[in-house]
Design a protein around this ligand. Structure first.
Ligand SMILES: C[S@@+](CC[C@H](N)C(=O)[O-])C[C@H]1O[C@@H](n2cnc3c(N)ncnc32)[C@H](O)[C@@H]1O
Length: 310
């Protein structure tokens, strides 16, 4: 698999990226953990291995690479192909909205579209318009490596954030990120099964839960199998965690509070499971089908209606 070092060996950064992208394509690796195509994935790995800034490809494109560097990069690409691990697990870092996060296999690679709502001023307006001036406590439920908790603390400097997860492994990774961004005094990490161990009243609950349905879990590309199953699997229709959350959430929400929930490509399953719940779909770069908002009021109305129907 290793690239032969011939006279045609790619001896600039851009040529090396092109060659590595071709290898990734030939090997049929899967994307979706920070990149969507072979060129971007190769650029990430090549620039990282060469110690170059990840956002400066244009400036570095014509820079020379030595045969030794070419060999080191080729070995990294070989590992990516042989192990099928997402690039972030090989580099130990993932970027979300321009913010770097430590990552390892104890937590899912962060890629939540809720991050856009927190960090992109244009998209964030839609979320801000739902928040009360008095919002001073935010919950990031299912925090994983803590990225949404960190972005929320950055976006709302006046709030305190609880970051909860059932996985103590994930919470250890989250602790590294909270410390890295100097937010230990404003973010509290909590081990909790859903909302069970939480007693706060929040103005905003963020949640990117496990929501992959059983049929999708059975055919996941290998890259996803490198991630903790607990972070992905949501039961037969993907809605096991969400079903419980929607019932429990009002008790942990202030009267004007909202819940922002990511459900990936599962909108059809969500609507089939909760047909009468009034949800507002929020626009992100993934479209208007992946992240939704529900008010406490809507949750209470839905809960009452479904209980009466039983
Ligand atoms: C899709 S990942 C999201 C992680 C992170 N918020 C992100 O966006 O990158 C889902 C997370 O939910 C956690 N989780 C699964 N079941 C849970 C439960 N019953 N209670 C709390 N957290 C749970 C997993 O450990 C995982 O970290």
């Amino acid at each position: 698999m290793t690239m032969p070092m011939t006279t045609d060996a790619p001896n600039t950064v851009l040529a090396l990226i092109d060659a590595m992208a071709e290898q990734l394509t030939q090997a049929g690796v899967g994307f979706g953990h920070g990149t969507t195509n072979a060129f971007d994935e190769a650029a990430w790995l090549v620039l990282w291995k060469l110690g170059l800034p990840l956002d400066a490809l244009d400036a570095q494109a014509a820079a020379p690479v030595t045969p030794a560097q070419q060999a080191e990069v080729a070995a990294l690409i070989d590992t990516r192909i042989a192990t099928r691990k997402p690039a972030a697990y090989l580099t130990g870092e993932a970027w979300l909205q321009g913010v770097p996060f430590y990552v390892d296999e104890r937590a899912i690679v962060p890629r939540s579209f809720i991050a856009e709502l927190l960090a992109d001023p244009d998209l964030g307006e839609a979320l801000d318009s739902w928040l009360s001036e008095d919002t001073d406590r935010v919950l990031d439920l299912c925090t994983g490596n803590g990225s949404l908790a960190v972005l929320a603390a950055m976006a709302y400097p006046q709030v305190r954030v609880d970051a909860a997860d059932l996985s103590t492994d994930a919470l250890e990774v989250a602790r590294i990120n909270v410390q890295r961004h100097g937010l230990s005094d404003r973010i509290t990490l909590v081990e909790s099964d859903g909302l069970a161990a939480l007693d706060g009243s929040y103005g905003l609950i963020l949640c990117n839960p496990p929501y992959v349905n059983a049929a999708s879990m059975a055919v996941l590309p290998a890259e996803y199998l490198a991630e903790p199953e607990l972070a992905l699997a949501g039961g037969e229709d993907g809605m096991d965690f969400v079903r419980q959350l929607l019932r429990d959430a009002p008790a942990r929400m202030l009267p004007q509070a909202v819940l922002v929930l990511e459900i990936g490509n599962e909108r059809a399953y969500f609507e089939a499971a909760f047909p009468t719940l009034e949800a507002v779909w929020l626009e992100t770069s993934a479209g208007e089908d992946q992240v939704l908002l529900v008010t406490r009021e809507a949750l209470l109305a839905w809960r009452q209606e479904t209980e009466e129907a039983v």
